[in-house]
Design a protein around this ligand. Sequence first.
Ligand code: SFD
Ligand code: AMP
Length: 659
Amino acid sequence: MAGEFGNPEVVEEEVDILMIGGGMACCGAAYEIMRWSDGTDLKIKLVDKAAMDRSGAVAQGLSAINTYIGDQDPADYARMVSNDLMGITRDDLTYDLGRHVDDSVHLFEEWGLPIWKLDEKGERHDGSKGLTPLKDGGTPVRSGKWQIMINGESYKWIVAEAAKKALGVENIQERVFIVKLVNDKNDPHRIAGAVGFSTREDKVYVYKFKACLLAAGGCVNLFRPRSVGEGQGRAWYPVWNAGSTYAMAAEAGAELTLMENRFVPARFKDGYGPVGAWFLLFKAKAINAIGEVYMDRNKAMLDDYPPYGQAAVPASCLRNHLMLHEMKEGRGPIYMDTVTALAALRETLSPREVKHLEAEAWEDFLDMCIGQCGVWAGENIEPEKKNSELMPTEPYLLGSHSGCCGIWVSGPEDLGAPTEETEAGVPDHLPSGWNWGYRSMSTVQGLFTAGDGVGASGHKFSSGSHAEGRLCAKSMVKYCLDNKDLKPELDTSVDDLVAEIYQPVKTFLEHKDYTTAIDINPHYITPKMLQFRLQKIMDEYVAGIATYYNTNGHMLDVAEEKLTMLKEDAAKMRAKDLHELLRAWENYHRILTAEAHMKHIQFREESRYPGFYYRTDYNFVDEENWKCFVNSIYDKETKTYTCFKRAHKDLVDKTKLFK
Ligand code: SFD
Ligand code: AMP
């Protein structure tokens, strides 16, 4: 009977716009889209694999908004992003983000998010103390040049509530995992639908649409994590974001960019607690085991990387590079010197502010990384008395935090100076290939992305991802109105799509009685075991923690062979329940993402991000040959990626960055 395990009910639905994901970007889009679609008859829907109130990277909350421009110049923001990502970013996208992001922050405050403020005497207060809102000229407490402090445990609740209210709960479907996008029967370069399944009921959903926002976050757990055994499941970025954005876009034929880029954050060891507040707000220094500040001790190492090493704030990867040197030389563990930092603050701040800051030392974690408080409590750490260990984590792939992998998208129409590369039919203000009509549309017609999905434009963070979702909303509505007569037709039959999605269940039901131990069976592999295999390959051959983030061409060749076999074996994953069906497809998305990462690292014959990964056979930054984007396209017939170069251009003058 339909609706039983193994025989799902099939629900078909046609809308104009589908939003996949319920994180910061999709919440931004959901809020904004109603303003542009008002008065049209566009049907709009949002699907999230989880519950929007706590889904995505902001699930646990955050204690800072990392992108707020205020009275600064968006061009300076674009400069900072470029420098932190070793010179290869899209200034059109970052500048555009910079000029829009603050409006989202103002909305958050209006919706009830407490934002720290300075009073007229310059003293710090929690945002709930009734001081002037930011949009009316209130002064935020800046932790760093671009970051502001919030009381953000309920950040995601607040943002999701506004999104739900705007879109209407009847247009939102939670706990539906989208497995793949479907191209149009009449045009393979156009998107026509998506298919997924309920994680609660035996139902498969087949959606048809004109346009789609794919914003399902970044990719975590593709590398073996440092936390294994009892700590398994702890990671810094959200373990439930499994590369769906990159994998589904790639399979639909969208061009990806900078998939070689990764983020290896230095974090508080074992709890993965964030460091930003400590470095920026508390002005703490990271030290080696003998108390030396390695950023000073190893300063000369930055000279190996001109011009980036000479920037006033060295790039995140270079900061890691100096830290890793200490660890490899045997001067670990590395510590965050919380003791000295808090003592120094006591000398300059009022007693009330000191008390507030000491509470913040805990709240910083309670707001966004509760596990780190568990580590502190469990290890008798009082930050004013005992320093905490820092450690570079396993690599994550993301496009919105301090990384820039993702999908190659169309930029804004009004930025940039005329270039020599102008071609007939291409707007003459941007390098050729940077704009094709709709902001944030991928190279597949009708497929848009935002947040972690957009490549070459990192450091958007929570606020920027929300703002970027809003930019998408506007362009998706325009796309639909411009293409009113478009009739999407799926290139695959519904029966075939349903069969493909439920294959892991079928595999299980067919073979489960062959053995007496449910997890051991020659006919299938459990999603968990397959994930271990993926993580082992990535860790050992693609510059994971096992090799101190080193790899070379030979190791990558081995990885390629093993990943190809793993992808074949993925077809044998079993699902004994809906939870495992979710895990099976998440892992499939991880494999496709991991493969893109490996192929891009293999293609780029230099080490552009020292401290994030090293190609030991090309252990240098090669400005002459590789100051370019590496892009790729996946062919779903041959199941292979092809990488190629795209020229890079600075639209914002970068010389201001360097001393
Ligand atoms: O401290 C499917 N981030 C920080 N941003 C800040 O502004 N300040 C901070 O303080 C930040 N820090 C931080 C941050 C993240 C994390 C995890 C920690 C600390 C511990 C970054 C932001 O959170 C991040 O930039 C944005 O959230 C990115 O937004 P977006 O929309 O691109 O991704 P998402 O929010 O994770 O949402 C993804 C959604 O997709 C859903 N989903 N739905 C259907 N089908 C599928 N196949 C799906 N796959 C995923 C998810 O459920 C989710 O809704 S700090 O380190 O600097
Ligand atoms: P994190 O908690 O490390 O994710 O950092 C939050 C914000 O602070 C991000 O905008 C980082 O780029 C920035 N940041 C973190 N550490 C440093 C540092 N040592 N110097 C400058 N900026 C930093």
